[in-house]
Design a binder for this molecule. Structure first.
Ligand SMILES: [Cu+2]
Length: 142
């Protein structure tokens, strides 16, 4: 019980520090999905290409000003609390090596895709750089 309380206090302290340390985004910077196009009908594997204007892509954990790495939100909204590091789930995919595209195999039907840039610590910038959310229809493997 005592150990748990200490751990919880450390976690709170760590998130308080990161909230103060949010990286600023560059004015006019923009993140967007190059392909597929919004409303497109596609087949697996789906090539998703990430676009970024006004800032640079850098691998996670490396400190460069005005940079970040891409996160692809699949069938989900961005987390309400964007002052915390983004979780890594099957719906929030990190591209911590600095990748600018990926291929997905999605179940047939409609899916939404959205990009969110985040800094070296996986924390979205302030203000956050979020792409438009697109909807695609997957027809399954050809
Ligand atoms: Cu990340």
């Amino acid at each position: 019980m005592r150990m748990f309380a200490v751990t919880a206090a450390l976690v709170l302290a760590a998130s308080a520090v990161s909230a103060q340390d949010r990286s600023p985004s560059t004015a006019g910077a923009e993140v967007y999905i190059i392909s597929p196009k919004d409303g497109a009908t596609v087949h697996n594997p789906v090539l998703v290409q990430f676009g970024l204007k006004g800032m640079g892509v850098a691998p996670a954990g490396t400190k460069y000003d005005n940079s970040g790495h891409h996160h692809l939100l699949i069938d989900t909204d961005p987390p309400a609390d964007q002052s915390a590091p983004l979780p890594a789930t099957d719906k929030i995919v990190h591209f911590g090596k600095g990748q600018t595209e990926t291929t997905l195999n999605l179940t047939p039907g409609k899916h939404t895709l959205q990009l969110l840039l985040a800094d070296l610590n996986h924390i979205p910038h302030s203000p956050p750089l979020l792409s438009k959310k697109i909807t695609i229809t997957v027809k399954g493997t050809q």
